[in-house]
Design a protein around this ligand. Structure first.
Ligand SMILES: NC(=O)c1ccc[n+]([C@@H]2O[C@H](COP(=O)([O-])OP(=O)(O)OC[C@H]3O[C@@H](n4cnc5c(N)ncnc54)[C@H](OP(=O)(O)O)[C@@H]3O)[C@@H](O)[C@H]2O)c1
Length: 245
C-alpha cells in the first residue's frame, strides 16, 4: 500500500522500450507505479528495480491485455494493493508489419486485440475506479502518429491506434468531469533493430525538427497532461513536425 498522499499510476506495457522509460520517469516525478508486462519478465524485473529505488511501494503483474480476464485480474490485484488511482496509461501495444493482402485473422486479433480491445477494457476498468474517487484523475493513452499516416504494410496496427484516438473522445464524454481522458501520439522514439543500417539522415528526412523523438519528449507531454485541469478528449502528437510533411 502506498502512502495515502502519494499519487498512484497504473501503466500497461511497462516492460516496453518507451513504456519502461515512462514508468521510471513517473516514479522520479513522485508517483507510485503499478505496471504490467506480458512476456518480458526479466526486463520487467529490471524496470521494477529502477522504479523501486525511488518509489518503493511500486509493483508489477503479468497481464495479456488481449484477454479481458487478465485485465480484470490485474485491476483486482491493483485495488487490493492501492487505495487510489491518479493516472492510468494504457501503453501496452503489439507492433509488426503485415502486407495487407496477406493479413491473417490471427495477426489481426493479435494487433487489434492488444491495441484496441486491450486499451478499451483497460480504460473501462480504470475509469470505473476513477469515477468513484473524490478527486479528478486522468487517463493518457499512448497511440502513434501512424494513426494519421497511411502505411501500406501496417493496416491493423494503424487502424487500432486511430480507433483508440476515437475512443478517448468517447471516454472523455462519458466520464467527465471526474476523469480527464487524453492521448499522446509519439512519432518514432526507439529505432527498430532492422533499421540499424539505415543512416540517421534517412530516418529523419521527413521530420521538420531533424531528429527522432526521445522518451523525455513524451514524458514532458505526459507530465503536462497529468497536471492539466482543463484538457480532455485531445490527442497530442509528439513528432517534431513529421505530420506536416
Ligand atoms: N517506441 C516508439 O518509437 C513508439 C513510437 C510510436 C508509438 N509508440 C507507442 O508507445 C507505446 C509504448 O511503446 P514501446 O516502445 O514501449 O513498445 P514495445 O517496446 O514494442 O513494447 C510493447 C509493450 O507492450 C507489451 N505488450 C505487447 N503485447 C502485449 C499483450 N498482448 N498484452 C500485454 N502487453 C503486451 C509488451 O510486453 P512484453 O514485452 O512484456 O510482452 C511491452 O511492454 C506503444 O503504445 C506504442 O505503440 C511507440
Amino acid at each position: 500500500m502506498a502512502a495515502p498522499d502519494k499519487k498512484v499510476c497504473f501503466i500497461t506495457g511497462g516492460s516496453g522500450r518507451l513504456g519502461s522509460e515512462l514508468a521510471v520517469s513517473l516514479a522520479h516525478h513522485g508517483y507510485t507505479i503499478f505496471f504490467t508486462y506480458n512476456r518480458s519478465r526479466e526486463k520487467a524485473e529490471q524496470v521494477l528495480d529502477k522504479i523501486c529505488a525511488v518509489a518503493p511501494d511500486s509493483s508489477m503483474t503479468r497481464c495479456d491485455t488481449s484477454r479481458v480476464s487478465d485485465i480484470e485480474d490485474a485491476f483486482r490485484l491493483f485495488s487490493g494493493r492501492y487505495n487510489r488511482l491518479d493516472l492510468l496509461i494504457p501503453s501496452a501495444s503489439c507492433f509488426f508489419g503485415t502486407s495487407l493482402p496477406d493479413v491473417t485473422e490471427k495477426e489481426w486479433e493479435e494487433l487489434v486485440g492488444t491495441n484496441l480491445k486491450g486499451t478499451f477494457f483497460t480504460m473501462q476498468s480504470g475509469a470505473g475506479i476513477m469515477k468513484e474517487q473524490p478527486f479528478v484523475s486522468r487517463i493518457v493513452a499512448i497511440t502513434d502518429i501512424a494513426a494519421n499516416l497511411v502505411w501500406k504494410g501496417y493496416a491493423p496496427y494503424t487502424a487500432s491506434k486511430a480507433a483508440v484516438e476515437h475512443l478517448i473522445r468517447v471516454f472523455a464524454k462519458v466520464f467527465a468531469p471526474r476523469v480527464l481522458v487524453n492521448a499522446i501520439a509519439p512519432g518514432t522514439v526507439t529505432k527498430l533493430p532492422e533499421w540499424d543500417d539505415i543512416p540517421e539522415e534517412e530516418l529523419t528526412e521527413n521530420i521538420l525538427l531533424q531528429r527522432l523523438g526521445r522518451a523525455e519528449d513524451v514524458v514532458k507531454a505526459l507530465l503536462f497532461l497529468a497536471d492539466s485541469d482543463y484538457i480532455t478528449g485531445q490527442v497530442i502528437n509528439i513528432e517534431g513536425g513529421r505530420l506536416l510533411n
